[in-house]
Write a protein that binds this ligand. Sequence first.
Ligand SMILES: Cc1cc2nc3c(=O)[nH]c(=O)nc-3n(C[C@H](O)[C@H](O)[C@H](O)COP(=O)(O)OP(=O)(O)OC[C@H]3O[C@@H](n4cnc5c(N)ncnc54)[C@H](O)[C@@H]3O)c2cc1C
Length: 470
Amino acid sequence: MQQRAERREMAVSESSVAELRAQVAGAVIMPGDVGYDEARAAWNLVIDQYPAVIVRAESAADVSAAVRFAGAHGLGVKVQATGHGASREADGAMLVLTAGLTELRIDAEAQTAWVGAGLMWGPVLAKAQEAGLAPLLGSSPGVGAVGYTLGGGVGWLARKYGLASDSVLAFEVVLGDGRIVRASEDENADLFWGLRGSAGSLGIVTGMEIRLFPVSMVYGGNLLYPVAQAREVLRRYRDWIATLPDAMTTSVVLLNVPPLPDVPEMLRGQSFAVVRGAYAGPATEGAALMDHWRQWQSPVIDMFQEMPFAAVAGISMDPEGPMPGAGTSVWMDELSDEAIDVLIHYGTPQGGPPAIVSTEVRHLGGAIAQAEGVTSAYSLRNESLVLHAVGITPTPEAFTHVMGQLAGLRAALAPYLTGSVYPNFLEGEEKWARTADAFSPEVLEQLQAVKTKYDPQNIFRYALDIQPAG
Ligand SMILES: Cc1cc2nc3c(=O)[nH]c(=O)nc-3n(C[C@H](O)[C@H](O)[C@H](O)COP(=O)(O)OP(=O)(O)OC[C@H]3O[C@@H](n4cnc5c(N)ncnc54)[C@H](O)[C@@H]3O)c2cc1C
């Protein structure tokens, strides 16, 4: 409690905020105000931040006023759409909430969409599907479209159509001095380059124009094998992905389903080795690829089927509601037998329920690696195996335990890693501290130059550690 009290002492005075209240249409919320606790909360309930002032923006002009106020009062600015991304806590800072920026326009003919910064992928997907089109969303429609895209964005169409950030045509952005500008190949091209991959460190995006893709059905799902077969499944997966066409994006998961009441009974408290994915093409071709598995051994549960892309959330079955969790992520250089043994040690029951609920290795490459003519700050195109491990942390003790297991996993895997990280799958201090590992040295240097030009005071310092010169 003492720590909380100290954090609150950093609040700005009510009188200085009155001016801001007069300038913005959205709510301005101070510590002690009704609604402060709700406004400072994030989807990841582990985040426990105490901003000096919170602005619920309703327009780009509101965002601009909030940033100008922060600059004038020496406050850093953190932006939050859903709180799925769990970057550094905004203690004593300005927290700008974008949930009110919900403009959504689909141009079916041009196959493009304008997506406001407050939108989650769900409504964008639903509206695009009405026109037989799809955005490059990730596994969960509850994730913020803009936040996801700024970090790169890898979903079930990634190997066929590439990164979400490669699908962006233009951004509207509020800069460190509060100016509202557009960034595209033709306007502020250096900013446009930097925004795509730098996970929100250069400005607050208020909306983006993205390309949509002609996808209405996929062949996707999960094959669940008994966890006792994890070693065979992982080795077989390693050999299988080397043969896959780019239309097939997959992952392999060691899954320990929590014993929660809302989980279907046949899964509750059970552990599995799961082959997961989606084929963006005719169902017969997708089914033929999955026969590789079915002919080897019948899974306990076979959920692969032809499905509307609108139902893509059913593939990963990510939790919808806010929940407390901790995770880590690294790029693996190969799924060697030794690396597989480490994954199994940390990701499956070893005499008791494992702290890590999901240990997933996604197979990327394909169109991400081949994006011809696209240059952006995303530096990880040649990486192809990204590990993402997460645990549920309802208590401080559980948090400590999960963090210890995640650290153990990272350490034991060290010989099998490339040394790079994918910022979208990192959280909090780890995300910030590993900034240099998310970019090549040349890209990081160029990002610092862009930062110096557009945010010289480093107002947006809560996402990644990209320092302006001087
Ligand atoms: C259940 C779940 C599933 C996921 N699935 C995938 C997946 O399949 N593929 C994938 O690539 N990632 C995935 N992610 C990671 C996700 O893309 C990142 O966590 C992303 O940062 C979430 O963005 P958000 O806006 O929802 O979260 P927030 O916590 O609101 O934002 C995260 C960060 O994004 C930046 N940001 C957000 N909005 C703006 C803005 N308007 N302007 C500037 N910066 C902004 C800020 O740095 C902010 O700190 C998943 C995460 C979860 C929790």
